[in-house]
Design a protein around this ligand. Sequence first.
Ligand code: G3I
Length: 302
Amino acid sequence: ESTLAAAAAQSGRYFGTAIASGKLGDGNYTNIANREFNMITAENEMKIDATEPNQGQFNFTNADRIYNWATQNGKQVRGHTLAWHSQQPGWMQSLSGSALRQAMINHINGVMAHYKGKIPYWDVVNEAYDDNNGGRRDSNLQRTGNDWIEVAFRTARAADPSAKLCYNDYNIDNWTWAKTQGVYNMVRDFKSRGVPIDCVGLQSHFNGQSPYNSNYRTTISQFAALGVDVAITELDIQGGSAQTYANVVNDCLAVPRCIGITVWGVRDSDSWLGANTSPLLFDSNGNKKAAYNSVLNALNSA
Ligand code: G3I
């Protein structure tokens, strides 16, 4: 196969990217995105500050731009993200306690109602674990009580029973790290107690501080063994190593419940990391890089 989406589909997987609504008028960008990818994540437009800028007043203008572009071009959409300590609108940042807890619930209900039956995977909770100690990240949401994550998942299940509900985080790629073990233990606990969770998103932002490690395949298979799907949700590799990209793809292909891969942007110039780190599969002019060929070959050899 000659595109990432078609090559991934040979094994029943998808290949996705993050899309920014402000770039949908850029023909070079949309041509590549439409040709190569079949799963779309809104880079910012479905986040809390974008969808509920004033409390109780939802705005889906830019989110729907991405949703409509994706579905009109035959693609699916991953929802990102419903409960997060970051990118909260000002009104939410100033809430605490039961008012914040209720605002979180209302937000999940409001966004999921708008997309009910239309979004196959939602990142319900994003980045709730501490970077170092394996425990919860301190945040206004965490201070509403340790049960906020399971409340978010139960709320999401009731709001749209057709959506698969994911926990998504970064630096949970390396199996030996405390953060990975913290999230693993949470998922195991949720599964044992019947808290609804269907998938784990490994963001997979690889760089010098958190490089790809060959135990990544172990991480994927250990999460999968808990009875959840695993998705690689925000892949980028600083420096753009073609070999590392191939390793990531091969690790996903080795685990049946690794359902798909999303790279966090189209061209290097679209990356949140800046084009100079060369983290993506297309250069800033939209040309295929060595990393692109490496990913395509890995998908085609599965
Ligand atoms: O849209 C405004 C623009 O009007 C304003 O002039 C400009 C000035 O700073 O800011 C623009 O908003 C920025 C937005 O990206 C759109 O470009 C925000 O400041 C900036 O904070 C925001 O960054 C995003 C970041 O999440 C915020 O947390 C990145 O684009 C996005 O790639 C990044 O994505 C996250 C995932 O959601 C979660 N995992 C980590 C990943 C990378 O940080």
